[in-house]
Ligand binder design. Structure first.
Ligand code: HEC
Ligand code: HEC
Length: 157
């Protein structure tokens, strides 16, 4: 019994430390089929860690007018996707809630690209003209610049 629990502990420690090493530089890739399919249809499926719970709830409750598009889904899909985003949101207790920096408890931005953290990370690094480059077109087009954005890796420029 004792031997078995020591082995279990050792495995748990290894898993935990590799997860923590990853959390340093990566956002957990979206691993839910429904989310990938429904929220990755028009743009990449953004990682839930990039907005607070309140934002995701607002987004999921307003899909019929989603940035000028109708992205409506049936009730079952909405509640499934909402739950996934809330569980993994920037303020869900996820270790590295960088995207909460500078946000008050009550704020619920609808865009990742309007969060203080995102704005700060890009203000220094991306010249104004680069946003209008024909291969980029929109700030929300993350994978134009972050080729491994889908895997949660934004450290590659
Ligand atoms: C019918 C197409 C469509 C679908 C489906 C769709 N979106 Fe969007 N989404 C858009 C458009 C268009 C924009 C605005 C893009 C831009 O500004 O370049 C957008 C923007 C966003 C943004 C803001 C990006 C930023 O600027 O930071 C978030 C967050 C987002 N969508 C989440 C979702 C989620 C969650 C789902 C799944 C429930 C979803 N989207 C499904 C079309 C879609
Ligand atoms: C025009 C190119 C461009 C676009 C589009 C873009 N970024 Fe970036 N981003 C950069 C550059 C350049 C940096 C700074 C260099 C670096 O650290 O990779 C950066 C930095 C970041 C960082 C901090 C990197 C780190 O070390 O943790 C994150 C997170 C990030 N971007 C997320 C996003 C997300 C999410 C989107 C889409 C909503 C996006 N970016 C769109 C160019 C871009």
């Amino acid at each position: 019994m004792l031997v078995k629990s020591i082995v279990t502990l050792a495995v748990a420690a290894t898993v935990l430390s590799s997860f923590m090493a990853q959390a340093d530089e990566r956002y957990r890739p979206v691993d839910d089929k429904v989310v990938i399919e429904e929220c990755g249809a028009c743009h990449m499926a953004f990682q839930p860690q990039m907005l607070p719970k309140k934002s995701w709830i607002k987004i999921m409750d307003g899909l019929s007018n989603h940035f000028g598009e109708d992205a409506s889904l049936d009730e079952k899909a909405v509640s499934h996707i909402k739950k996934y985003h809330v569980e993994h949101a920037a303020d869900s207790g996820w270790k590295d809630g960088k995207f909460m920096r500078g946000l008050s408890d009550s704020s619920a931005p609808l865009r990742i690209t309007e969060t203080p953290y995102w704005v700060r990370e890009h203000r220094k690094e991306v010249p104004d003209w680069a946003w209008n480059d024909p291969t980029v077109k929109s700030k929300a087009n993350c994978i134009a610049c972050h080729k491994r954005g889908n895997q949660g890796d934004y450290d590659d420029d």
